[in-house]
Design a protein. Structure first.
Length: 475
């Protein structure tokens, strides 16, 4: 993005010509399970960004490299070819990205090239919200309190796009890139993302519209998947097309009283932004989370079941639980899923099917247009009771009662499971019971598991894991 981009603004303020660089690492994308629909949105956004930067007299170079290990040498070569003495970038907090940036910093410093990092992905820099004893928070609510207390007006004052670079100082080689911009493409699989905006004007207008018309009722309506009641901004936040500071600034501008009182829809939405920060602070402080490890070590002893048939039924939306299947169809067809349903289907995979949460985490990343490692990992571990706020491992969502509560008339289910469209009202959530009473047959699978039985089994597996951990501690 060009707005609220500290790295870009610092580069322009140096008074030197500026070259923007994006390294697209396809092998790394494969390892990180980047969804084809997200890859498509990135490519579309880069094409738009190229135009936005050109208006500032800044050329954009997009280079496709195999993996992060090739980035340091590539950047060094680029710096040497163009007599570049300073490199500016936004920090990322995932382990591979941190290691990449350290390697870049080390290589450039040996050639007397300065490497500057900024923390524009978070409102408050990781490591700056700590307990009184100087430790990272392990539970969200006290983190939120401390995070809010740490805010200053400067924290949520976005930086405007910088002024254009003086063309007179641009070298002939950079001018050539500016006059004849490269076509942007990549070899990674892509899926149509045209339902998602890729230009600033539309994205910022969407933020403004949400704040003006939906934020106040967000707390009341956000859990109802049939309503268009959420912001729809998650993909833009995940990819850095929009900053959390821009969101905060808009909320404080229009809903300062609600935020001050810590009540109402606007504050509830602000809490979602803080959850995003919480999970980023968490992976920055605990790099092992980026290696597939559970936050709570003792939960590694949970005896997850390996059942390819059940896993595939979940992935394809054929579990016989309508709310689960409708949500999985929404994901498959749109690359997005309503947040309440993300919790429902995650609980179902880990607590009803007893399948390792990491299978679900991977599947989500492979399909979500708003795939974001920190938030996805944090959400899955929360649902599976292996992460923070996970003390109640007995927190198990009942998919049927969740459906009856948040989709009482089956409006959402009907939208995604047309085979159940004719079942009236609330009966859609227990379709086989309704069909049996009416001596009818329906083309829909029977439930693959009994929720009541699986709930007991899940509790047993967690209790056994906890006992095993306690015995190891004693030994």
């Amino acid at each position: 993005r060009t707005k609220d981009n500290q790295a870009l603004s610092a580069a322009v303020q140096s008074g030197q010509a500026v070259l923007a660089v994006y390294t697209l690492c396809s092998k790394q994308w494969q390892q990180h399970h980047v969804a084809p629909i997200q890859a498509d949105l990135i490519v579309r956004r880069l094409a738009q960004l190229q135009q936005d930067l050109a208006a500032l007299n800044i050329p954009l170079v997009v280079t496709e490299l195999e993996s992060f290990k090739h980035v340091p040498e590539y950047l060094l070569s680029l710096c040497q070819q163009n007599q570049i003495a300073n490199v500016h970038c936004q920090s990322q907090y995932e382990l591979n990205e941190q290691l990449r940036d350290e390697a870049v910093a080390n290589l450039l410093s040996r050639q007397a090239i300065n490497f500057h990092r900024y923390h524009g992905d978070c409102v408050v820099k990781p490591g700056h919200v700590l307990t009184k004893s100087g430790e990272n928070f392990k539970v969200f609510t006290p983190f939120r309190k401390a995070w809010l207390a740490s805010l200053t007006e400067q924290s949520f004052s976005p930086i405007s796009a910088p002024s254009a670079v003086n063309r007179a100082i641009i070298s002939p080689s950079l001018m050539q890139l500016l006059v004849q911009p490269q076509a942007i493409s990549c070899n990674y699989p892509q899926q149509d993302s045209s339902a998602w905006a890729c230009d600033d004007q539309q994205i910022i207008q969407q933020l403004r519209d949400f704040s003006a018309s939906k934020a106040r009722s967000y707390q009341e309506h956000r859990d109802i998947p049939s309503l268009n009641a959420t912001s729809g901004l998650s993909a833009y936040l995940a990819l850095g097309m929009l900053s959390a500071r821009q969101c905060l600034a808009r909320l404080y501008l229009e809903h300062a009283e609600d935020i001050a009182s810590q009540q109402g829809g606007a504050f509830t939405w602000l809490s979602e932004i803080i959850w995003r920060e919480f999970y980023r602070h968490l992976i920055a402080a605990n790099p092992r989370l980026c290696k597939g490890e559970a936050y709570l070590g003792w939960t590694e002893s949970v005896a997850w079941q390996s059942d390819k048939i059940l896993l595939e039924a979940w992935q394809q939306g054929r579990t016989g639980y309508p709310i689960v299947d409708a949500a999985m169809q929404q994901l498959k067809q749109t690359g997005w899923m309503h947040n309440r349903l993300r919790m429902v289907v995650a609980s179902f995979l880990s607590k009803d099917l007893l399948i390792d949460w990491r299978e679900g985490e991977r599947w989500f990343m492979q399909h979500l247009v708003d795939g974001d490692f920190a938030s996805n990992n944090g959400g899955w571990q929360w649902a599976a009771s292996t992460g923070t706020d996970a003390q109640p491992y007995f927190r198990i969502f009942n998919p049927t009662t969740q459906a009856q509560r948040f989709d009482p008339d089956g409006e959402f289910v009907r939208a995604w499971l047309p085979e159940l469209a004719q079942i009236p009202g609330k009966h859609i959530h227990t379709p086989h019971t309704w069909a049996e009473k009416n001596t009818l047959s329906i083309n829909y699978p029977l439930p693959v598991v009994d929720h009541g039985l699986k709930r007991k089994q899940a509790l047993h597996l967690f209790e056994q894991a906890k006992k095993a951990d306690q015995q190891r501690s004693i030994a």
